[in-house]
Design a protein around this ligand. Structure first.
Ligand SMILES: *Cc1c(COP(=O)(O)O)cnc(C)c1O
Length: 360
C-alpha cells in the first residue's frame, strides 16, 4: 500500500531523550522549556523576527483574524483547505471568494480589486502547495484600500521570496505543523508577525488573556501547545534538510518520468523555490485524472484530489459562488504520493501505471 502522505517520524531515541527531560522536570505544558526552545530554534531556522507556537494551524488563523479585529467581508481563495474559509466564518466574518490564477493556482491578485466593497476588512490568501502568492501586488492593493492581509501559510514552511521568509509577508501569517505537513509537531501551528504589539496581543490570547495570576490583559482562549508536541517539533527540526532533499529528489524523478503526461504542474513564483510539500498535477481532462487515480487505487496506491471541490461551492454555511478557473482546475487536479519514505521504485511504479492509462 502506498498512501498519499505519511508522517515523518524521527529516530525514537531522539524523542525519548526529550521525554526523559519532561519526566525529570514534570513540566508538561503551559509554555515549558521545550516549547520556548522550539520557538527560538524555529525563529533562527526560518529567519523571522517573532513567532508563536500554538495548538494548530486553524487556531493560528483564528488568532490572526481576531487580533486584527476584522469584521464584515474578507476576500479569500476558494482553492484551499476548508480551514481557510471556516476560520473566517467562525470569527463571524463573511468570506468573499476571488477566482484563482490558472498558472500559480493562488488567488488572482488582478481580480481582487473588483471584489472590494465598503464592508471589506481584509484579504486572507493561501500560498497554495507552498507556492507564494503575488505578495507585492496584494500588499499594494491592501495599502490602497486600507485592508489587512493574512496569509494561510500552512503549506509554506521554509519557503523564501528573494531570500526573505514568506512568513514575513502580510500583517500575520499562519502555519500548520500538523502530522501530514512537510515539517510537523504532531499537532501544532505557528503565528508569525513583524508587529510586536500584535505578537503581544496574540501571546495573551493564547493563554486565556492571563497577565499574571488573577490579572487579565485581553480576551483569551487556550491556544497553547504541550511539551510533548514541542519535543516532536525539536526532534524533527534536526531532519528538515534531509526531508527537503529527499522530497526534492522524488519530485525531480516524477517530473522526469512524467514529462510526456498530458498534465501540467503549477507555475512557481519566479523569485522563490519549491519546498516540495506536495506533488500536484493538473491533468488535461477530469476524465484522464479520474482514470489514473482509479487505476492507481487498484494497485493500492492512494492519491488525493487536493483541492476539490471548490470552497466557494461546497460548504453548507457559505453562499455558493461559481468561479470559472477554480471550478475547472479543481476538477482536474490530483496530488501524487510524496513523503520521506517513498522509494524510487515506488515512484517509478506510480509513473508507469499513470502512463499506461494515458497510452491505452
Ligand atoms: C492543514 C491546513 C490548515 C489547518 O492546519 P491544522 O494545523 O490542521 O489546523 C489550514 N490551511 C491549510 C491550507 C492547510 O493545508
Amino acid at each position: 500500500m502506498i498512501p498519499v502522505t505519511k508522517p515523518f517520524l524521527p529516530p525514537q531515541g531522539i524523542y525519548q531523550n526529550y521525554l526523559n527531560g519532561i519526566w525529570k522536570r514534570q513540566w508538561l505544558t503551559n509554555m515549558g522549556p521545550l516549547a520556548s526552545d522550539l520557538e527560538m530554534q524555529l525563529k533562527e531556522h526560518l529567519d523571522v523576527q517573532h513567532l508563536l507556537f500554538v495548538t494548530n494551524g486553524t487556531v493560528a488563523l483564528q488568532f490572526a483574524i481576531k487580533a486584527l479585529e476584522l469584521q464584515g467581508e474578507i476576500i479569500t481563495t476558494p482553492f484551499s483547505f476548508v480551514a481557510t474559509t471556516s476560520s473566517i466564518v467562525w470569527e463571524c466574518c463573511t468570506p468573499v471568494f476571488v477566482d484563482i490564477d490558472p498558472e500559480s493556482l493562488n488567488i488572482d491578485a488582478d481580480k481582487i480589486e473588483a471584489a472590494i466593497t465598503e464592508n471589506t476588512s481584509a484579504i486572507l490568501a493561501t500560498h497554495v502547495y507552498g507556492n507564494p502568492c503575488d505578495v507585492e501586488k496584494i500588499e499594494a492593493i491592501a495599502k490602497k484600500h486600507n485592508l489587512k492581509v493574512i496569509y494561510d501559510a500552512a503549506h509554506a514552511f521554509g519557503v523564501k521570496i528573494n531570500g526573505k521568509s514568506v512568513f514575513e509577508y502580510g500583517d500575520i501569517a499562519a502555519c500548520s505543523l500538523h502530522a501530514t505537513k512537510l515539517y510537523h509537531s504532531v499537532e501544532g501551528g505557528l503565528v508569525i508577525t513583524k508587529d510586536p504589539e500584535l505578537l503581544k496581543k496574540i501571546a495573551y490570547m493564547r493563554n486565556f488573556g492571563f497577565d499574571g495570576p488573577g490579572h487579565f490583559a485581553e480576551l483569551g482562549i487556550n491556544g497553547k501547545n504541550s511539551e510533548f508536541h514541542a519535543a516532536m517539533g525539536l526532534a524533527n527540526l534536526k531532519f528538515v534538510e534531509d526531508i527537503h532533499e529527499k522530497r526534492k529528489s522524488i519530485t525531480q524523478r516524477y517530473d522526469e518520468k512524467l514529462k510526456n503526461l498530458k498534465a501540467v504542474r503549477p507555475v512557481w513564483h519566479k523569485e522563490s523555490e519549491n519546498n516540495f510539500a506536495y506533488y500536484p498535477l493538473v491533468f488535461e481532462s477530469e476524465e484522464l485524472m479520474v482514470k489514473c487515480a482509479e487505476h492507481l487505487k487498484l494497485h493500492e496506491i492512494f492519491t488525493r484530489r487536493y483541492f476539490y471541490p471548490s470552497l466557494a461551492d461546497s460548504l453548507p454555511y457559505v453562499k455558493p459562488q461559481h468561479l470559472p478557473v477554480t471550478d475547472d482546475i479543481s476538477r482536474r487536479v490530483l496530488c501524487l504520493p510524496l513523503y520521506y519514505d517513498l522509494t524510487s521504485e515506488e515512484v517509478d511504479l506510480i509513473c508507469r501505471l499513470i502512463l499506461r492509462v494515458q497510452n491505452n
